[in-house]
Design a protein around this ligand. Structure first.
Ligand code: PBG
Length: 352
């Protein structure tokens, strides 16, 4: 029953009465009227086991350096990383993605495949402390090279290519050494991120011949040359000293090319696919899900996407929990099975 006040308001404004409106069989709001109904018809569910948490590891003892542009994210020394790994596992997060910051950098990135490199050390310690937590490692050169590029650079060796160009097959030779070195340290999965042609095939062949044919490859199959990696380059200290990554990472304008990259990585033996970044590329996540529905799909909710939420929340402009969970839900709804996200620990707590 409407109050007389409301009735006269409706009459004054000539709004249709309930009589005129009653012939409306489709009323989607029926299923939104209470929280129980909404939960019963919810299509997408987030859970802590959807997440992979990135970790940055540095040399030293007792180091816990907050990344200025990524509040709540730290560079850890191995001793402290172990306790952090236990916390992550206790939250129900199944896996971490390790990035190493070496003691010294050089043109090839020798520590990247050193048996006692920072990632190799961290892997052994984490596997000891939290054996159920799966360790995935980034396989790329940029954090280890003094020039900050993801490969071996041309210095006149290939006169038909520009000075400083990332050489493809020369880089593959380093990437396979890194992957095998990580495997020997005990990682559970390797994740080549450089967008170097043939990286999955080369790593697969090397792992297999070194006795690691059981080790899955999570390929960064569609990785764009994105401005959203800005904060990460501070965290991992892997910013290129000159130029950019546009000769290997994809042009943000391209979607059809993503189909080609994805198909190539599947043919080369990728076990899981990835789209990165996530938020500006939800269409690519959906496209990849539909292109290869039979393969697990990972999306990387990258550093810049995290930093934007944190900055707005710190200013009181956004509700952090609500927005972060909405973003993660959208990534999953778009088709991702797993999400690499800096929000993982907070989100796991919010979802409890
Ligand atoms: C390369 C790598 C990058 C990221 C993950 N792996 C940086 C780049 O390609 O420049 C970015 C991740 C992020 O922004 O969160 N090793």
């Amino acid at each position: 029953m409407l109050t007389s006040n409301l009735q006269s308001l409706i009459a004054n404004h000539r709004l249709p009465t309930t009589d005129q409106a009653h012939a409306l069989p489709n009323r989607p709001r029926r299923l939104r009227q209470n929280a129980t109904f909404r939960a019963m018809v919810r299509e997408t569910h987030l859970a802590p086991d959807d997440f992979i948490y990135p970790l940055f590891v540095v040399h030293g003892q007792g180091v816990k350096n907050e990344i200025r542009s990524m509040p709540g994210i730290y560079q850890w020394s191995p001793d402290l990383l172990v306790r952090e790994a236990e916390t992550i596992a206790a939250l129900g997060i199944p896996a971490v993605l390790l990035f190493g910051i070496p003691e010294a950098k050089d043109p090839i990135g020798l520590e990247n495949f050193a048996p006692n490199g920072i990632v190799q050390q961290a892997t052994r310690l984490i596997k000891e402390a939290a054996p159920e937590l799966r360790v995935i490692t980034d396989v790329c050169l940029c954090e280890y090279t003094d020039h900050g590029h993801c490969g071996i650079l041309n210095h006149g060796d290939q006169p038909h290519l520009p000075e400083g160009y990332v050489l493809n097959d020369e880089t593959l030779a380093v990437l396979v050494k890194v992957a095998v070195s990580h495997a020997e340290a005990g990682v559970d999965m390797v994740a080549p991120s450089g967008m170097i042609d043939g990286m999955v095939a080369a790593i697969r062949a090397s792992l297999d011949s070194a006795g690691f044919d059981h080790l899955p490859i999570l390929s960064y199959s569609t990785k764009y040359a994105s401005g959203f990696y800005g904060p990460f380059r501070e965290a991992a200290q892997g910013a290129p000293k000159f130029g950019d990554r546009k000769t290997h990472q994809m042009d943000p304008a391209n979607a059809r090319e993503a189909r080609r990259e994805t198909a190539l990585d599947v043919a080369e033996g990728a076990d899981l696919l990835m789209v990165k970044p996530a938020l500006s590329y939800l269409d690519i996540i959906r496209q990849t899900r539909d292109q290869f529905p039979e393969l697990p799909l990972v999306a990387y909710n990258v550093s810049g996407e995290y930093a934007m939420v944190k900055a707005a929340a710190a200013n009181g402009w956004l509700d952090e929990e609500r927005v972060a969970l909405e973003i993660l839900t959208s990534i999953k709804r778009a088709g991702a099975d797993l999400i690499i996200t800096y929000h993982a620990k907070d989100a796991a707590r919010w979802l409890r």
